[in-house]
Design a protein around this ligand. Structure first.
Ligand code: NAI
Length: 297
């Protein structure tokens, strides 16, 4: 809802490229906030899955908001889902005020997408990446509109987690930066700003913490349960570090630690044999039924 905003750059139409875990969440929060959304992915069945998951999550939000009114619940879900148009053709998404990229975490694939978007989108369109580990400046190296480009790093699950990291690219303009901050607020997030630095704020600090928890467990300093209880009750964290790693996915965890080690050389991010072993065995956490803990299907 942009009725109170002073920005000339009000963002009304958003395109999200990549309808996986993150992209479907980003599309949902934008639609919930009353924006028109295009959601782009490679195959129709991926878009169908995204729509199903958005529908389920909207139901959950609607039930919380309108507890006693089935009619309002239905209207909320209908309104938000109708705002999301899906397509496998990127060109259907280029007429947008903002494009948020949430595709695979691969530099060359992202660069190719941004180069295309840079050519196809109108001049005013802001382009942003949701990458968690790649340098924003490298992703945008080939584009011309460098002043209209930055990072919008959401957290999983997007509809629930309240934070948005707004990443300043080297040549971002003040106007683009302000528009990104305002947009983040308009979709219900609290925004923090970070330079284009490895891991940004949250993952840079979570990395050493989760790595050290894993090493404590590996050494047998304490049981996994006691490590998690310790941090929940002693530090007030809603989840323990090992539970959180299983939730995020141990493969993702390993990947992020590797990138941080490569980019910073800080030994705190060094490979952890136990983590490598679990990932090699396909024990990736909740999504595979077993990680550090075992889960019932
Ligand atoms: P995902 O694998 O669930 O979804 C990626 C989607 O992008 C897939 O549906 C895939 O078909 C689609 N895709 C791939 N290449 C495409 C292309 N060229 N054009 C259109 N669609 C394409 O991955 P996830 O977890 O949603 O991650 C997406 C991005 O978000 C990555 O950059 C990741 O680093 C970042 N991220 C992930 C977080 C997480 O907790 N999973 C947290 C914050 C950021």
């Amino acid at each position: 809802n942009f009725s109170n905003t002073t920005s000339l750059n009000a963002i009304k139409t958003v395109t999200v490229v990549g309808g996986g875990l993150m992209g479907s969440g980003i599309a949902q929060v934008a639609a919930q906030a009353g924006l028109n959304v295009n959601l782009i992915d490679l195959k129709p069945e991926l878009l169908e899955n995204a729509q199903k998951s958005i529908q389920n999550n909207l139901q959950r939000v609607a039930r919380k908001l309108h507890k006693d009114s089935p009619a309002q619940i239905e209207a909320f879900v209908k309104d938000a889902s109708q705002r999301i148009k899906v397509s496998t053709n990127l060109e259907d998404g280029v007429q947008a005020d903002l494009v948020v990229e949430a595709i695979v975490e691969k530099l060359d694939v992202k660069q190719e997408l941004f180069n295309k978007l840079d050519q196809l989108c109108p001049e005013h369109t802001i382009l942003a990446s949701n990458t968690s580990s790649i340098s924003i400046n490298e992703i945008g190296a080939g584009i011309k509109r460098k002043s209209k480009f930055g990072g919008l790093h959401f957290f999983n699950p997007v509809p629930v987690m309240r934070l948005l990291e707004v990443i300043k690219s080297e040549q971002i303009s003040e106007e683009t930066y302000q528009a990104m901050m305002e947009w983040g607020k308009s979709v219900g997030k609290t925004c923090i700003t970070c330079k284009d630095t490895p891991g940004f704020v949250v993952n840079r600090l979570l990395g050493p913490y989760s790595a050290e928890a894993m090493r404590m467990y590996e050494r047998g300093d304490a049981t996994k349960e006691d490590i998690d209880i310790g941090m929940k009750l002693g530090a007030g964290y809603p989840m323990g570090p090992l539970e959180l790693s299983d939730y995020t996915g141990l493969d993702t965890n390993k990947f992020v630690l590797n990138v941080l080690y490569e980019k910073t050389g800080n030994p705190v991010f060094k490979p952890i044999p136990l983590l490598d072993k679990l990932v090699a065995e396909g024990k990736l956490g909740i999504k595979t039924g077993e990680g550090i803990y075992k889960y019932k299907k």
